[in-house]
Structure formats: C-alpha cells, structure tokens
Design a protein around this ligand. Structure first.
Ligand code: SF4
Length: 437
C-alpha cells in the first residue's frame, strides 16, 4: 500500500513486555484518540502509516524481541508501507544512543516518561482531563491498575530502576478515580501492579500505605476482585493481610517475586532478606489469610550459584509449596551491580536448573489442584474456545496462572460474567468443570 497523498495519520501502537508497559500503551492510545488522532493497538490490519513500538528492555530475550520488532517496522518504512516509526519504552530509555546509531530509519526515540514529547510529533497535547481515563486493550472485564512507577530497591541483577527511575507513588485519590472510571466501563477485576507494590506510599505519605489504598479501592462500587501483584518480602506491610482477610472483594491471592531460596545468594542479590525470613513471612501470610494462593518468581543460575545453593532453593520450593510459580534464567545485564561479577553458570546449567524447579512445581501444582476436585468455585469467564469457556478463579491471574476449562454445550456463558463451577477434573496447571445450574 503506497502512502503518497495520505491526509490523516493512522497510528498503530505495538506493545512488548509487561503489564506496566501495556498500561502505558493504553494511556498513549487514550491520549492520541483524545486528540482526535486515529489510533489502534496491535492492529493486524495493514492500515497504519505511523507505528509506535513500546519496547521492553528487561532481560536478553525481551530485548531481542524488541529489537526484532523495531527492525521489522524499519523494513516496512524502507518499503514505503509506513511513513513514520517511533520507538518508546524501556529499551529506548536504556539504549537510546546505540539504537539511534544502529537503526536510523526510526524517526524518533522516547524514554519511559516522555509521552508528552511523543504526542508533540502529532501536534497533540497531553490532556490532563484524561487522567484516570483509559481505553482497555486486553479485555473489558479486567484491567491492570498501576499504583506507582519506578523502584528504589538495590537488587543486584535488576535493570528496571535504570529504565523506570526512582519510586513514585500515585496519590490514592488519583488511583481511586481511575478505578471508578474503569468500574463505570464494566471492569470487575483490578490487578494492582508496580515495580514494588509494598513500597506504596513511603514517598508521598512517609509511611507504607498499601493497606489504606486497598481499603479505598475495596469501597469502589462494581469491583468484585482486587488482585495484588509485585509484593516485596523485605519490610512487608503485614497490615495488608488484615485488609485481605476482612474484605471479600480483595482476592486471597498474592504475587511476591522472591527470586531465590538460598540465603547466600539472596545476600549477593542484595534482597535484604534470608531464606529463614522468607519462610517466616510465608508462614505469617498463610496464617493471616488462610487458603491464600501465593505466586512467586525465581531466578536460576545467578553468578556464583553453587550446586548446593541450587539444592537449597529446591528445598525452599518443596517446603513453601507455592500455589503458582514462574522461573527465569539469570540474564547478565549491563550497568547492574551483578554485572561486576562473572556470569559463571553456563547457559545449559541455568536452563537445567530452571527446568528442575518447574518440574518440582508441576508436581506441587498437580497435588494442589487434585484437592479442588468436587469443590464449587466462583469463576470469571475470560473467553470462549470452540465449545468450551475459559475462566479463572480468584487464585489465578490472567496470562500467568491456572485456568478453568468449562464444558457448557447446553448453556451459554457470557464473557466477563462470574459463574459457579463444579470442578470435575484437574491437571498440573488447569482445572476442568461444569457450570452449576
Ligand atoms: S524490586 Fe523488582 S523492580 Fe525493584 S530492583 Fe528489585 S527486582 Fe528490580
């Protein structure tokens, strides 16, 4: 499609990386449309003459995917399929100078906090009145709600503070306004996200105030589920557990990336905690919120990780019996503290250890799921696949956790509805069931 003589720009936003990047793209989409600019998100139609790639710069694989995506659109620009190519997000924030040199086809690179500058390229202004408004791109019944930006933690392996800056909490009023607007538009589930959600409030309220925020969000009419992600173990505000226990619309679910289970490695990672302290915290959480689903993320193959350290981590996973778990292999990131050390664990050993951890988790998850058979669970319907409906319980976050597969030949279930489902079968990472009439 030749672009000569085109009057009005048609913009397509492409998002890579995490849910925080997705929220940024949704804000960008809302601002562009708020300025009467014809914009879409991840459109498969080949109509746009302007493409904005919102990149991820977290670890090797993610960086490679971002570079490949930019290059794909750089080729499209050379072929005349698109007129303009803009790049924003974490990779752009972190490697702008190198990228400008290596990919001159890109019209402009922007950092993670430069949306107003990007809008200027369309002669558009950042509309304050749209604060709290957001066009959702994934589903209409659940939405990610970013409660802060950046991070003050010194984790040795992590490049995120280099890309997202210092921790900045959003005021409670602003977050509650956004939640009300989302609820008004039909959202029933809010997924609270941040780099470190448990740090919330320390900057603007001079105290940890996640409990206060949760109470306010729990009072928002129309919100049935509030899900907490990205908690940090050190300085964990246990008062949030009381709020979780007292409020029905706060899911008995907690995502708390712990990164490792061996004290020696946790020290080296500058996590400010030990295996014992993590065990104690897990015990406290399970005691205060019985039946809670704990999700964590671990890193395999950190510099200097010995076979013994790894065995200790396996033992930690065995003892903790997380309901949900993900594992990354260590990625040697420039300008991080850990980059000063030898990346001495061979890639195949990293992968082997990650596989062993996930094999252990598969067994744990299978045993946990078997106990659900015969139970009736409240399930939020996310989508339809052929004659089956796919949903989630309060113990499952979208895209990363288990799903409930529902055969409903004789009944039509609506996406976005809650349905009571009798669990009839279970596998490692999924439950199967029938709607309760
Ligand atoms: S808390 Fe998370 S985002 Fe912050 S430095 Fe540690 S790993 Fe990175």
């Amino acid at each position: 499609m030749k672009t000569k003589g085109r009057k009005k720009d048609k913009v397509n936003i492409v998002t890579l990386g995490c849910s925080k990047n997705l929220v940024d793209s949704e804000v960008m989409l809302t601002q562009l449309r708020g300025n009467q600019i014809d914009a879409t998100h991840e459109s498969q139609k080949d109509e746009a003459n302007v493409v904005i790639v919102n990149t991820c710069g977290f670890i090797d694989n993610a960086k490679q995917e971002s570079v490949d995506t930019i290059l794909r659109y750089a080729d499209a620009k050379e072929e005349g399929t698109i007129d303009k190519l803009y790049v924003t997000g974490c990779l752009s924030q972190r490697y702008r100078d190198d990228l400008e040199e290596e990919i001159p086809q890109v019209d402009a690179f922007f950092g993670t906090m430069e949306l107003p500058l990007l809008l200027k390229k369309f002669n558009a202004d950042y509309k304050q009145e749209l604060l709290g408004e957001r066009i959702l791109t994934m589903a209409s019944h659940y939405a990610y709600l970013k409660i802060s930006e950046g991070c003050d933690r010194p984790c040795s392996f992590c490049a995120i503070p280099l890309m997202r800056g210092k921790h900045v909490s959003k005021p409670i009023e602003q977050i509650v306004t956004e939640a009300r607007n989302l609820a008004k538009n039909g959202v029933k589930e809010l997924l609270l996200i941040a780099q470190d959600s448990t740090y919330y409030g320390l900057d603007i309220y001079k105290k940890r105030n996640l409990a206060g925020l949760l109470r306010n969000l729990s009072d928002v009419a129309g919100i049935d589920w509030i899900r907490l992600h990205y908690a940090f173990p050190t300085g964990f505000p246990t008062d949030i557990l009381e709020v979780m226990a007292e409020r029905d619309n706060i899911c008995n679910y907690l995502d708390m990336p712990l990164q490792h289970g061996a004290t020696q490695v946790l020290k080296h990672m500058r996590r400010g905690t030990t295996r014992e302290k993590q065990q104690e915290l897990i015990h406290t959480i399970r005691e205060k919120v019985p039946g809670i689903a704990l999700r964590t993320t671990l890193i395999a193959g950190y510099p200097g990780e010995t076979e013994q350290d790894f065995e200790e981590m396996m033992d930690f996973v065995e003892e903790s019996r997380f309901e949900r778990m993900g594992v990354f292999t260590y990625s040697h990131e420039e300008n991080t503290h850990a980059h000063n050390f030898d990346d001495d664990v061979p890639d195949e050993v990293k992968q082997e250890r990650a596989d062993q951890l996930m094999a252990l988790q598969e067994n744990i998850s299978w045993e946990i799921n078997q106990k659900k058979i015969g139970e009736t669970c409240k399930v939020l319907i996310d989508r339809r696949e052929g004659g089956r409906f796919i949903g989630r319980t309060e113990f499952d976050s979208p895209e990363v956790d288990n799903e409930v597969i529902i055969t409903a030949d004789d009944r039509y279930l609506r996406i976005g509805d809650f349905v009571n489902v009798k669990i009839t079968g279970a596998s490692e990472f999924d439950l199967h069931g029938e709607p309760v009439l």
